[in-house]
Design a protein around this ligand. Structure first.
Ligand code: DON
Length: 573
């Protein structure tokens, strides 16, 4: 497996493949979209109705989410868009991950005592990487879409101008971040109601964001990364202690990367590659568990085995993974079945391996997860698919929008290892491979994934910080077990991330017998009161022609629709 910088690579394979393969491919004949907000799903359906393909719809859904789910992703953030084009079987990951500004330094968040200053790393403009989302949208529209970027951004522009109604999720996540946002009254004026978190039903109108989106629609990349929007962004950031320059924005490049591919029980997984850690970690876990017949294990054995595999993959994440343009990632080792066999050999079925017995154990603590970031899954009638996970990191990102832009900035800089072995907001640790360097992309856990066999296809992903990887893994295993998206998105979740050395279980996944059984094997078990994740999935069964879509029941704002071509929109999936 190699990961390459692909602008050139794309041009070569697509020209050959596309011309040859177009005729024979049979799509499902109907489309499906599952996203975190019904207005975003609607935006995608509208673009499909206008003759757009899955890639146009992906731009429309992403941009609409940026407007109506501002806690989770946005034009001031980034993401990974995993595309599959049916006509020539091309799968590619569009990497719109943020980059560190040129003036960033390895110790920029350390105080005099060498401790990470969490306020600087997560709140306000110094926490923000250079946004990648607009570059990714423009690239997807231009290279893969059938409509123009302006067409696909139109629904988002309308939503920004006309406003949308505050829902429970908006409120809950803002409750958490409002005290930070109030430091910047012009930002608070957009998202709050005076000094208060708005009531449900309050209309959020984003006039400046509409103008910024319009500049992008009309001028393409230059509308955001150069000219008056860029000038306002940089002025606003620098005025409040940030370090962005016009050159940082003008120099931002989205990158196409070859996805990680792996096989498991006859299914091909196509999943996120670095600077996401997700695909490699999932491939490692699947390689470790491969010889086991999970169905024949007891529930305790199954959770134990999965946790031991997760522990080892997250250890390697901390040690080896970072931006592939900056660090040498040992892909062959990490993805090799032989390496996995070595890791497997050290797993005892009758005993937990303390994380401290594996190398690189800083023994540090985790903080609870939040559910921001967002994921959508979609398929069009031709069988083109997009799995997109997008983020501005913590809810409402850095909680700061440079005046006059409406662009709520990310706080993705916290995904770097600000100091070796110091946990970030998700309790994740890292070392040199993920140290801050100018222009570098911070390591991510976002894992948009597509799973295929000759008979069945799944498009899957979720937000959830460090837990994204294990949630996607569990969803993929459930799909491979024969279940549909309703089951993947709702199943109870379990997680191990090496440090802290504990299995965490959603309450619905935990009962006394399981807990006692795992503790008897030597595991620490923590049962979380709050559920986690917000998974959205789509499935196409080629044998029956069925298409299904499902949104995570943990948040009521999600929406999943199967649209039956001529026959209209179909029902909720
Ligand atoms: O890229 C990452 O891994 C994180 N910034 C994602 C954050 C996230 O999923 C937050 N949601 N719970």
């Amino acid at each position: 497996m190699k990961v390459r910088c692909l602008t050139l690579f794309f041009a070569i394979i697509s020209l050959f493949g596309y011309a040859q393969a177009t005729a024979e491919v049979q799509g499902p004949g109907k489309a499906a979209i599952a996203s975190a907000h019904e207005l975003a799903t609607e935006a995608g359906l509208r673009i499909l109705d206008q003759g757009g393909n899955a890639f146009d719809a992906a731009v429309a859904v992403s941009a609409a989410l940026a407007v109506v789910e501002p806690a989770s992703s946005g034009i001031g953030g980034g993401g990974f868009w995993l595309l599959h084009r049916a006509a020539d079987d091309l799968s590619i990951m569009v990497d719109g991950r943020e980059t560190a500004p040129a003036a960033a330094t390895a110790d920029m968040y350390l105080d005099e005592d060498g401790r990470v200053d969490r306020d600087l790393a997560t709140n306000g403009p110094l926490a923000a990487g250079i946004p990648g989302a607009p570059a990714a949208w423009a690239h997807i529209a231009e290279q893969y879409g059938r409509l123009s970027l302006a067409d696909s951004l139109a629904p988002a522009i309308e939503l920004a101008e006309q406003g949308f109604e505050v829902d429970l999720k908006y409120q809950q996540l803002l409750n958490w971040r409002a005290h930070v946002m109030l430091r910047w009254p012009e930002t608070a004026a957009i998202f709050m109601d005076g000094e208060n978190v708005p009531d449900i039903g309050h209309r959020v109108i984003q006039t400046d964001l509409a103008a910024t989106l319009r500049a992008l629609a009309e001028q393409g990349l230059d509308g955001f990364y150069r000219g008056s929007v860029a000038e306002r962004l940089v002025a606003g950031v620098r005025d409040q202690g940030g370090i962005w320059t016009l050159e940082d924005l003008a120099g931002y490049r989205g990158v196409e990367r070859e996805p990680v591919r792996t096989e498991y029980r006859g299914y091909q997984l196509i999943t996120a590659s670095p600077p996401s850690s997700g695909g490699i970690a999932i491939a490692q876990i699947l390689n470790i568990i491969e010889p086991f017949d999970l169905a024949s294990l007891s529930r305790i054995e199954r959770v134990h085995l999965l946790s031991e595999a997760m522990r080892r993959a997250y250890r390697d994440r901390a040690l080896y993974l970072g931006d592939p343009d900056f660090v040498e990632i040992p892909y062959e080792m990490l993805l090799s079945p032989h390496y996995a066999a070595g890791l497997r050999a050290a797993i005892r079925l009758d005993r937990a391996t303390p994380s401290g017995m594996l190398a690189a154990d800083p023994g540090l603590l985790v903080r609870p997860e939040s559910d921001n970031t967002t994921h959508f899954s979609l398929i069009d009638a031709e069988g083109n698919m997009v799995s997109g996970t997008l983020t501005i990191n913590l809810p409402y990102g850095a909680a700061f929008a440079p005046p006059g832009t409406g662009v709520l900035l990310n706080n993705e800089m916290d995904d770097f290892a600000a100091a070796p072995g110091e946990p970030n907001a998700y309790g994740l640790i890292g070392f040199a491979a993920n140290a801050i360097e100018p222009g570098k992309r911070m390591l991510s856990s976002m894992t948009p994934t597509i799973v295929m066999s000759p008979d069945r296809v799944a498009v899957i992903g979720t937000p959830g910080g460090a837990r994204i990887i294990t949630m996607v893994l569990l969803g993929v295993l459930d799909f491979i077990d024969g279940n549909g998206p309703e089951s993947w998105v709702s199943m109870p979740r379990l997680h191990h991330q090496y440090q802290p050395d504990e299995i965490s279980l959603e309450r619905a996944a935990a009962d006394d017998e399981l807990k006692a059984g795992l503790e008897a094997l030597g595991h620490e078990v923590s049962v979380r009161a709050r559920p986690w994740g917000n998974m959205h999935g789509v499935m196409w069964d080629r044998t029956t022609g069925t298409v299904e879509a499902a949104h995570d029941p943990r948040w009521e704002s999600g929406s999943a629709v199967v649209a039956d071509g001529e026959a209209g929109r179909g029902g909720e999936g």
